[in-house]
Ligand binder design. Sequence first.
Ligand SMILES: [Fe+2]
Length: 311
Amino acid sequence: MVSPKQLFPLPPAGANPKILIFGDPHGDFDPVIAAVERFRPEAIVLLGDIQARRPLHIALQSILTRTEVWFIHGNHDTDSDADYDNLWRSELADRNLHGRIVEIAGYKVAGLGGIFRSKIWDPRRPIEEAAFMSGDAMRRSMRPEERWRDDISRRHRSTIFPGDYLQLLRSPPADILVTHEAPAVHPHGWQAIDELAETLGVQLVVHGHHHQDIDYIAEGMLTAAAPFRVFGVDMGSHLAWPTDPQDSTESEGPSQDLLDLAVEVFGAAAQDWLGKPHKLFDGQTPAAFAAGGGSEKVRSTLNAIRNGGVV
Ligand SMILES: [Fe+2]
């Protein structure tokens, strides 16, 4: 059995994580099964590109009594009839979180599967410019002989239609947003994901698709004052949530008094200062340095600047 790749902190020994969120499996479930056996989470979420080689409930049979299984689909889940059927015709098909919010292990989890395809809708353009608002509208425009299984093409069943997005956007608040596409902080990410996360008021966004383990705050790509944390998760890897309480206290960013102090010293430029790498903090941003346990040094630096020192 492959040992699970665990890139992110887990709760303290003795406390099982509530949710493990896995990067794109692409047909390899050994790391998923190994992690569930080891960490005993209440639930797991797969971030798409599942591509099970057997129906998903068969592939995950050994853990179905141990944890709750949820997923979103990815673009590769419509690559072939087998990819499609092993997901959408499996006994776990109703565990797709796409376009809805489900309470999982005490968290309200919103899901947006699939990818944006500009032939249907480029979310950088107004929704009115979309070719079709929904899969249903697209189906109605097609002649019966053009359809796949009397519906839209297999490929576009993993396309994000504006209607799917709007349905989620108009939903009640959620705690976590899981997406296949990345938010804007990723070079190939989308502002539409950020807008969705902000509207839903989530504290956490986790994406797959790009095969990279990344904590964007720790990397200094987001400031700790961002409205939500963002993680990317690689194939064969997972994010445990919630993270270690000690870690999350530190990682949620500078404490309120540190933020207040930064505003006192820098005014409107406080966020810029917190988000800019500085040699005093080993080349990290003050926000990331504070998140990594260095908040005292950031505080004393701010005090020095406030008292007339040049840093
Ligand atoms: Fe993908």
